[in-house]
Design a protein around this ligand. Structure first.
Ligand code: ADP
Ligand code: ZN
Length: 654
């Protein structure tokens, strides 16, 4: 691809004008000052051209390809189609970005994530890659600028919303330029059974018919075999090479704790392990999102709410702050997240049970894209099981639909109650195998099991005795009776006369709640669906009562034993990214973060667009003393070295 000062200008202009409103004008003045600086003795190196490895090293500053990247890129560069299943953080973007720079023409990326296109283009521009996007948020004149750049052969990458391809003009436009490849991002959106279905994705098979010679690469982080088949079939990618990566995310530590006082448990996690870190807290309802966010703010944490009921502008503002600034905690419903490609989300916490393992994996997968240690933490209790079962009972749809929901929930509950490695269980769910990982709660502190058959019988027969009197009660009262507490209610109802009164004094309240939770999770005990939470027998309860079936139970870990061994977390920063840095190094890391925040603000881009945490860490560990040395740090490509090198060295000097 030809490259001269003119095309540089145009690239900057495209990147500058593709934004909307105020931001775009701020942006164009910043870009021009960038250019003035770049016009010095060091001349900008063209991003395009060369072998894939050369491009990787020059543009991204990375040494090697990871996993299947090299093979995928070779396939696409040589004109073949590819279907890529890779977990979040696996490095999917390079699989089409590198070929787009190597092949003649523009790489066209179809993505449903309109809100993120600006950031994606900004991130590419920061690398010296010429990128633009076309979507419905733009003014006609902004679109025309991008179209002109495309036609002039001045774009390396062009992002499109799928609905743009329904417009004949767009297809016509693409036909008048040179398409290097089509990348279909978030390809699971073509699946009608998934929750992210986009009708416009069904149309994408036309790309193949219209451009039979242009390679296509479809990518997704959704791993189930059903989705895999559907993507291949609906996008006519049966003949493509399929690349299925391991779905393991080794840097994420999975933990599921019994819910006790969830807000204080959460606060404990944030303070002891994630001070100053970015993270997401998922809640089921809008109300609990708002209350939790408020509570965290009251405790001095920089938290914000996000749910579909909030004003659009508020949502956009909160999302932008989360993406742009360091250390913001987003409290959200699952409306928040698809395609959040912020690399330094250090934790994802669930205060409510997700509906399925797929959902859980997708949500937790937003942590640690940059490969640094991250936490997936969840508090889970009886109320979650009850609530989810009730949601299913009252859901619309036929019996088959409810059965499917129940299967999803059961798999999720099995994950919560497992006494073996959580990671192995997750991988098995996606049809992959693994070894006990040593980095999940069940590996780190193996829970013990006990034979809960007798306890289950005691509990079930108490429920039976009450039912014989025509009464039903919730867990609190039933446990009081078992433990032999003479509460006012017990006396009033004369439940101290039940033959099971006091026969469960050997277990604590928490242990009994654990018994109830596990029985409900295993569907050996029912909870009424009218919302009173009263316990009732189900068919399978009889098998336990009659001794036809034994019940293995997970021992409830003692409360507050889970506090981590505090790897330097007593200091000013309990941040996970810097967890293994000692005092002085930590100081330098913080200095670099402060410098980065300033640089990001000045340029109106997210902090991670300047440099990732992983790169800052490497800089701290290597302490480069010259631009040349700095250029050898992973993540410092030619363009960034030129733009930020002096700033970094100055920040290092203190
Ligand atoms: P995905 O889209 O699969 O979630 P990304 O493309 O966002 O993943 O990549 C995840 C992170 O890994 C990014 O920070 C990216 O810069 C980094 N990365 C990708 N490939 C490499 C590589 N070969 N070497 C070093 N870092 C890489
Ligand atoms: Zn494990």
């Amino acid at each position: 691809m030809p490259h001269d000062a003119g095309s540089d200008e145009l690239a900057a202009a495209v990147a500058a004008t593709t934004g909307s409103g105020r931001r775009s004008s701020e942006r164009s003045s910043e870009r021009s000052s960038d250019r003035t600086r770049a016009a010095g003795p060091v001349h900008a190196t063209p991003a395009a051209g060369g072998t894939p490895l050369e491009v990787l090293r020059r543009v991204w500053g990375y040494d090697e390809f990871r996993g299947d990247q090299a093979r995928i890129i070779d396939t696409v560069v040589s004109g073949g189609d590819a279907l890529v299943l890779m977990p979040t953080g696996g490095g999917k973007s390079l699989c089409y970005q590198v070929p787009a720079l190597v092949r003649e023409g523009t790489g066209v990326v179809v993505s449903p994530l309109i809100a993120l296109m600006q950031d994606q283009v900004d991130a590419l521009s920061a690398l010296g890659v010429r990128a633009g996007f076309l979507n419905s948020t733009q003014q006609p004149w902004q679109r025309r600028e991008v179209e002109d750049a495309y036609l002039a052969g001045e774009l390396d990458l062009l992002y499109l919303a799928p609905e743009r391809l329904a417009v004949p003009d767009t297809v016509d436009l693409l036909g008048r330029g040179t398409v290097a490849l089509f990348a279909i991002d978030e390809a699971h959106c073509v699946s009608q059974w998934g929750h992210d279905f986009r009708p416009d994705y069904l149309r994408l098979s036309m790309l193949h018919e219209r451009w039979p010679d242009v390679p296509r690469i479809a990518l997704t982080a959704t791993a189930t075999a059903v989705t895999h088949r559907e993507i291949a079939q609906r996008l006519q990618l049966e003949d493509a090479e399929h690349f299925v990566a391991s779905f393991d995310r080794p840097n994420i530590q999975y933990r599921i704790v019994p819910k006790d006082n969830p807000r204080s448990q959460l606060l404990d996690l944030l303070r002891s392990e994630h001070a100053g870190d970015s993270g997401i807290v998922y809640c089921l309802s809008r109300a609990s999102v708002e209350q939790t966010a408020e509570h965290l703010v009251g405790q001095g944490i920089d938290a914000m709410p996000y749910h579909a009921g909030l004003d659009r502008a508020v949502r956009a503002h909160n999302q932008a702050r989360f993406l742009r600034e360091d250390g913001v905690v987003m409290v959200a419903t699952i409306a928040f997240g698809m395609g959040i490609d912020k690399p330094d989300v250090r934790f994802v916490a669930h205060l409510d049970l997700p509906k399925s393992v797929e959902g859980y994996y997708q949500e937790t997968g937003r942590a640690g894209r940059d490969g640094l240690p991250s936490t997936a933490w969840m508090a889970y209790g009886l109320a979650d099981v009850v609530q989810q079962r009730r949601l299913i009972d009252t859901s619309e749809g036929d019996a088959a639909h409810r059965r499917r929901l129940t299967q999803h929930l059961d798999a999720m509950l099995a994950l919560c109650e497992t006494v073996t490695c959580r990671r192995v269980q997750l991988l098995n769910y996606f049809g992959q195998s693994g070894e006990p990982c040593g980095n999940c709660d069940t590996c780190l502190a193996p829970p013990t099991t006990w034979d809960g058959t007798v306890a289950a019988q005691k509990l079930l027969s108490t429920v039976v005795r009450m039912a014989q009197r025509g009464q039903r009660y919730g867990v609190g009262h039933v446990v009081d009776v078992l433990r032999g507490k003479t509460t006012a209610r017990v006396t009033q109802l004369r439940h101290d006369e039940l033959s099971t009164f006091g026969i469960g004094a050997d277990l604590s309240d928490a242990e009994w709640r654990g018994v109830v939770r596990q029985l409900v999770a295993a569907e050996l005990l029912g909870v009424d669906s009218e919302g009173y939470g009263t316990l009732e027998l189900v068919e399978a309860s009889g098998e336990v009562l009659r001794g036809e079936r034994t019940v293995a139970m997970r021992k409830e870990p003692e409360r507050a034993r889970r506090r981590s061994s505090g790897s330097g977390s007593s200091g000013a920063s309990g941040s996970k990214a810097a967890a293994d840095l000692d005092g002085e190094a930590l100081e330098v890391f913080e200095r670099l973060r402060t410098w980065r925040a300033g640089a990001a603000k000045e340029q109106g881009v997210p902090a991670y667009v300047v440099f990732h945490d992983a790169t800052l860490r490497d800089i701290v560990l290597r302490r480069p003393s010259s631009l040349d040395e700095l250029g050898t740090v992973g993540g410092v490509g030619v363009t960034k070295l030129e733009r930020y090198g002096d700033g970094v060295l100055a920040a290092l000097a203190g």
